[in-house]
Design a protein around this ligand. Structure first.
Ligand SMILES: Nc1ncnc2c1ncn2[C@@H]1O[C@H](COP(=O)(O)OP(=O)(O)OP(=O)(O)O)[C@@H](O)[C@H]1O
Ligand SMILES: [Mg+2]
Length: 805
């Protein structure tokens, strides 16, 4: 290391590095041992370091320029306080660094820099007055040449640490490391390292002022260790931030790999297990090719979906639907007509014509399994066995049975499902029913086609149903939810309805109508004794030994507690009786209960249906008609009365238009026959006639009350009462002919049940008598009418009641 004295000329200052007049050596008016001092705010120059020193103050610029011109070295000294603007000697620290000026640089922005090379430490002895800048006498510090094992050890430490730090410093040029490695003086190395370290000026100054080598090395080492630590930590932080940034992508990647690996190893769990399960289900479902393709595509989508998402679970549900449908599941079809006959007989009493029709249907299917068989439609009042017949058909053909109600369905989506984009979407009820049946050749009973809602903004359910039933189209029935075709062509459809006329026309055209009529009391007795009693005993946990229901009691239930065409309420009432008995048996009060007719009042309450007929006596102006309703037949009273007026006809009782017209026609007809019936025409002119039909529950429309209307009016105006046990039905023409009407069996049965003895029917309905059970035929007298006058002869009593009384 050179040990220059302040008065020695500056070495190594190249000419071109000087300011314009630099090559002109000027001598300064300074003592030889005096040194121009450049105060610096935050820089500590170590010996051996080359650093640019920015100079801004006028005095410093002059000092630097003078020194450069004179080719003299300068002293770089740190200010005590960086903020001091024009520092005096006392504002500066005592220890500074002798520096050679390598260059004086003025940058384009007008700032001045000295490129200085540190040479040697000094201590300021005194500042000299009367100079335009700071000039001081200084004492240069000679580095001692001493060495010791302790110094050697620290030197070694210093070198290792230094090379370590240089490795940690991201942009440290390779020369630095080489330079450091080449230094073999501890003092030089310490200064070199101190200059490089990013520590505070005050800390650097502290090192500069430590003249003793050993403590100086310790300090440098201390800083170095700390600095290395800081570097390492900051590098770690750097690394961590970078890692965190990449973590998320990495996680996605890893999860993917994990799934694949788990799949490969067959030790899949959670989602992967689920996927594998669905995959297996797809294979097992034996779907048509197109459907399988869709299923696999959706499965792939599922695989790449986070399993907590809502979409995942809805897609999962969809795949469950796809895989669980009976794409290729069929029960073996076996039609043995003899056996089918047995099954139908075992389940149903009577219904001969219907059973025969069903067997014919099955026979055709047996002979031509792939032919188009019509869709059966069972039409009839509630509780007559439509549904249970459908179940028997399933049993007889070895098919699964499933039913779905169409009553009140007014949205096409209920039949065809909602698209999957719809929240909470599911397949329509056709696909649901097939799913429930679990076989694609099931018997599907579509109940209440007559109550199917009309087309609306939500689409026409009847149109959707047509597609379901149409053999041309239903091989590729498309449910909106499934969005793939399902083959419905193997399904055996049976529909049911209470009435025919509300079934949408195009639907009705496709169906083979089978009418079920109401049962007579005797038939009901048989059904109850053979089926219902046993079934209700079982349902209530009773045995024949524990409970006995006498025939009289059963008949009373049929007669006085139910009024229906079918046997549904009958079964319910029998159930009520048995529940009552079950209570007693369960309480341990009795072992055996015999229910007699007299007990019914206590169990079922008062009789629900008294014979209305019994409450009436023969009166002039009241005739008994017969009505047909969707729930069976009923009797209907037509009441006529007159009051002084101007010949108006008043109709009350919520009559339909056709029935009103029928009343008009009856009156007109009666007027035309007034003379023959000995009715004075004055009666018509001076009176208003009021026709009323009580019993609000029965729908009153249709022309079939024509005869009864005519009879009621004739009775009123002739004052001849109508026999109370006679009932009639028939349409009338204006010429007085009696025209045929429908619902004869129900009407006749209702009449029988109501206690009627004689029934007047249109002559042209005589053929319908063959439908009427033997029992009814023997108990009733039938009178067939060609024209209305014949009715009057039969039903009107000879003398008026008033006349008698
Ligand atoms: N002829 C019969 N023999 C034996 N049981 C019968 C007969 N007719 C009806 N039943 C029984 O009566 C009950 C009602 O019959 P079902 O449910 O089939 O009536 P439904 O015609 O379908 O009525 P709804 O129109 O109300 O659906 C069933 O328990 C059924 O087994
Ligand atoms: Mg039913």
């Amino acid at each position: 290391m050179d040990k220059n004295t302040p008065d020695q000329p500056v070495r190594g200052v190249s000419a071109e590095a000087q300011e314009p007049d630099a090559d002109t050596q000027v001598s300064l008016d300074l003592p030889d041992d005096a040194l121009i001092i450049i105060p610096v705010r935050n820089l500590v120059l170590f010996p051996q370091m080359v650093v640019p020193v920015g100079i801004g103050r006028e005095s410093s610029i002059k000092a630097a320029q003078d020194a450069a011109r004179a080719g003299r070295q300068v002293g770089i000294v740190l200010q005590r306080d960086a903020e001091t603007e024009e520092p005096l000697g006392i504002d500066l620290l005592r220890v500074g660094t002798l520096a050679s000026i390598l260059r004086y640089v003025t940058t384009p922005d007008g700032s001045h820099h000295l490129i200085c090379q540190g040479e040697q430490r000094f201590v300021v002895k005194e500042y000299l007055p009367d100079h335009p800048y700071l000039v001081a006498r200084v004492q240069l510090f000679e580095e001692p040449e001493q060495t010791s094992s302790e110094i050697e050890a620290r030197m070694l430490q210093l070198k290792t640490r230094t090379s370590e730090i240089l490795r940690l410093l991201p942009q440290a040029p390779a020369e630095l490391a080489n330079t450091a490695a080449a230094i073999n003086s501890p003092a030089v190395l310490a200064d070199f390292v101190s200059g490089l370290m990013d520590i505070k000026p005050s800390e650097k100054q502290d090192i500069l002022e430590t003249f003793d080598l050993l403590p100086r090395l310790d300090k440098v080492l201390g800083f170095l260790v700390h600095f290395a630590e800081v570097l390492r930590i900051s590098r770690d932080i750097d690394q961590q931030t970078k890692e965190r940034f990449e973590d998320r992508q990495r996680e996605v990647l890893l999860r993917e790999q994990l799934k694949t690996i788990q799949n490969e190893l067959g030790e899949a769990e959670g989602n992967a297990a689920e996927i594998a399960e669905i995959e297996a289900a797809i294979v097992k479902a034996e779907m048509p090719e197109e459907v399988e393709k869709t299923a696999r595509k959706e499965l792939r989508r599922l695989q790449n979906m986070p399993d907590a998402s809502a979409e995942y679970s809805s897609l999962r549900t969809y795949l469950d639907w796809l895989t669980e449908l009976p794409w290729n599941v069929e029960t073996e079809e076996r039609i043995d007509i003899a056996q089918a006959r047995e099954i139908l007989d075992a389940d149903h009493y009577g219904l001969e014509k219907i059973k025969r029709r069903i067997l014919e249907y099955l026979a055709v299917r047996k002979l031509n399994p792939h032919g188009r068989s019509p869709i059966l439609c069972f039409v009839g009042p509630p509780g007559v066995g439509k549904t249970s017949l459908g179940q028997s058909v399933a049993k007889a053909t070895g098919r699964k049975f499933t039913r779905l109600g169409l009553g009140g369905v007014h949205d096409e989506a209920e039949i065809r499902g909602h698209r999957r984009t719809y929240i909470g979407a599911l397949p329509g009820n056709i696909i649901q029913a097939v799913h429930k049946a679990g076989a694609r050749n099931c018997v599907m009973m579509l109940d209440e086609v007559d109550k199917l809602g009309r087309g609306s903004a939500q689409g026409d359910p009847a149109a959707a149903l047509l597609e379901v039933l149409d053999p041309e189209q239903n091989a590729a029935f498309r449910d909106n939810y499934l969005a793939v075709p399902f083959d419905l062509s193997k399904v055996l459809f049976i529909t049911t309805a209470n009435v025919l006329d509300t079934i949408p026309g195009p639907l009705r055209d496709r169906m083979e109508i089978i009418q079920l009529l109401g049962y007579t009391e005797t038939e009901k007795m048989q059904i109850a004794q053979r089926y219902l009693v046993q079934r209700q005993l079982e349902a209530n946990g009773l045995t024949k030994e524990q409970c006995e229901l006498t025939d009289e009691a059963l008949r009373a239930i049929i007669h006085s507690y139910t009024r229906e065409a079918g046997v549904r309420n009958l079964e319910r009432e029998i159930g009520s009786v048995f529940r009552h008995v079950a209570m007693q048996v369960a309480e341990g009060k009795v072992q055996h209960v015999r229910v007699e007719q007299a007990d019914l009042h206590a169990i079922l309450g008062t009789e629900k249906h008294e014979s209305e007929l019994a409450m009436r006596t023969s009166l002039a102006g009241v005739a008994t008609g017969l009505a047909w309703t969707p729930v069976g037949g009923d009797i209907l009273f037509i009441e006529a009365s007159r009051s002084p007026g101007s010949g108006r006809l008043i109709l009350t009782g919520q009559l339909g238009d056709v029935m009103k017209e029928s009343a008009q026609a009856a009156l007109t007809l009666l007027k035309s026959k007034a003379a023959k019936l000995q009715i004075s025409s004055e009666l018509f002119d001076k009176h208003d006639i009021h026709v009323h039909v009580p019993a609000g529950a029965i729908p009153k429309d249709g022309p079939s009350a024509g005869v009864a209307m005519f009879v009621a009016l004739a009775s009123l105006l002739t004052d001849r009462p109508v026999r109370y046990d006679h009932a009639m039905t028939g349409e009338i023409s204006l010429r007085g002919l009696v025209l045929p009407v429908g619902g004869i069996k129900e009407k006749v049965l209702a009449a029988l049940q109501a206690g009627i003895r004689t029934v007047l029917l249109p002559a042209r309905n005589e053929k319908d008598l063959e439908d009427i059970p033997e029992e009814a035929r023997t108990q009733l007298r039938f009178v067939f009418l060609e024209n209305v006058e014949q009715a009057l002869d039969v039903v009107l009593e000879e003398a008026a009641v008033q006349a008698e009384g």
